[in-house]
Design a protein around this ligand. Structure first.
Ligand SMILES: Cc1cc2nc3c(=O)[nH]c(=O)nc-3n(C[C@H](O)[C@H](O)[C@H](O)COP(=O)(O)OP(=O)(O)OC[C@H]3O[C@@H](n4cnc5c(N)ncnc54)[C@H](O)[C@@H]3O)c2cc1C
Length: 390
């Protein structure tokens, strides 16, 4: 039985069957093979989630072979993309067609289907997460049928599954909203943490993207901003903090150090106070933590399970080295996040049960109702997801 592990190596499984389909027929074939009636099917993206969303002991499907851009409409600014395509493979073909992703996260190694599955996001007051960019999807259902959904076809399925957690079926294609290609100029500077928190509103409004990283023990933090520019790109690319190039070349970073991570979104007005509370707690209780806390912003959206559903937010992340104990740290942080109305990132560590998730997400029961309609026997629910079923 092959071993599957996530990026950090902290999450693993040995499924009875590990399939790498080349197309939808192969997927339907894999689903039709006899199994125990309670066998669970899960889908692996690039394995960059810190939450055990992917593991199953039964059938694991890896869609790496379903790769590439199918169609780009530069005029109407959308592209149809195969689900296994890595974000890093999108920049060049989109740019050559004069378009670009609306935003990206810190890295570009994820599969596009994995990024949309969990509400992966970058930073920017006016910028939404990947799930909110989805305009349509093609999904292989539990019985091998293929369904297409968007605002006109199977609208409820579309609304629910823009952030799908791999729980509706096997997504094979996505249509994403885009914008004209653009260049970004990046800046990196050190600033007193108190000054940043006192002026966070102005800082986050001043440029298209703003974030900061604070290292526990320090009185200062590293601020990073990115602003659109008409200036020509400069190659070779400078180091992080000094790049001027196309958006996909500047937004993605290298983050090779293995770590685990907790991230919560809190209402935008609560961001600085929540950060101050984390700083106090970490300084007192975890003075030896040597991994940064990150502060970003995210625009509101209407994606049912999004951490930004109906509210703009600040997203605060806490990291820990992969070999260090992290549960006491993350549990202490989570208590603070909850006090500030936090919603956990679906792809990162959290300890929420079904009740806590239901109270954080106004559309929780709707999401489950629609999910259960399209997968009535719970074929796509692994142990983690099954514990959340209302
Ligand atoms: C170094 C690092 C940096 C990160 N930076 C950011 C960041 O800047 N912003 C942010 O928001 N997050 C970030 N993350 C988290 C990461 O973006 C999410 O966890 C994302 O979901 C991972 O994508 P993946 O392709 O690896 O998916 P996986 O982790 O493999 O899977 C995620 C979910 O998608 C489902 N899935 C994948 N493909 C399909 C499919 N075709 N059909 C149905 N279901 C599918 C899986 O079953 C699972 O439920 C980071 C993670 C790491 C390790």
């Amino acid at each position: 039985m092959p071993l599957w592990t996530n990026w950090s190596g902290r999450i693993a499984c040995r499924p009875d069957r590990f399939e790498r389909p080349q197309n939808e027929n192969d997927i339907a074939e894999a689903l039709s093979q006899p199994e125990r009636s309670d066998a669970k099917v899960r889908i692996a993206g690039a394995g960059h989630s810190h939450a055990p969303l992917v593991p199953t002991n039964d059938l694991l499907i890896d869609l790496k072979a379903l790769d590439g851009v199918i169609e780009i409409d530069s005029q109407r600014q959308w592209a149809r993309i195969r689900a296994g395509t890595r974000i890093s493979a999108l920049g060049r073909p989109l740019r050559e067609a004069g378009v670009a992703l609306l935003n990206q996260g810190d890295i570009d190694r994820q599969a596009i289907s994995g990024a949309t599955a969990t509400g992966t996001h970058g930073t920017g007051r006016r910028l939404q997460n990947f799930s909110a960019m989805v305009r349509g999807m093609r999904i292989v259902l539990h019985d091998g049928r293929v369904i297409e959904c968007d605002t006109k076809r199977e609208r409820e399925l579309f609304e629910a599954s823009r952030l799908h957690l791999g729980a509706f079926g096997i997504v094979t294609e996505l249509t994403l909203a885009l914008r004209p290609a653009y260049r970004l100029q990046e800046k990196l500077w050190l600033e007193s943490l108190d000054t940043i928190l006192d002026h966070i509103e102005a800082l986050t409004q001043a440029t298209r993207h703003f974030e900061f990283f604070w290292m526990p023990g320090s009185t200062r933090a590293a601020c990073k901003s990115l602003e659109e520019t008409e200036q020509a790109a400069i190659y070779p690319l400078g180091p992080e903090g000094e790049r001027l190039a196309w958006s996909d070349e500047v937004l993605a970073n290298d983050r090779p150090e293995r770590h685990t991570e907790m991230e919560y979104s809190v209402p935008i007005q609560q961001g600085p106070e929540c950060f101050r509370a984390l700083r106090r707690m970490i300084t007192e209780s975890f003075p030896n933590l040597r991994w940064p806390l990150e502060y970003r912003t995210l625009a509101a959206d209407d994606v049912w399970l999004s951490s930004a559903y109906d509210r703009p937010c600040a997203t605060l992340s806490v990291h820990q080295g992969v070999d260090a104990p992290d549960e006491p740290l993350f549990r202490a942080c989570e208590e603070i996040f909850r006090d500030y109305g936090g919603r956990p990132h679906w792809g990162k560590v959290h300890f929420c049960n079904a009740e806590e998730l239901a109270s954080a997400h106004p559309r929780w029961n709707d999401w489950w109702r629609v999910r259960d309609r399209w997968d009535p026997t719970g074929r796509f629910l692994n142990d983690l997801l099954a514990t959340w079923r209302p």
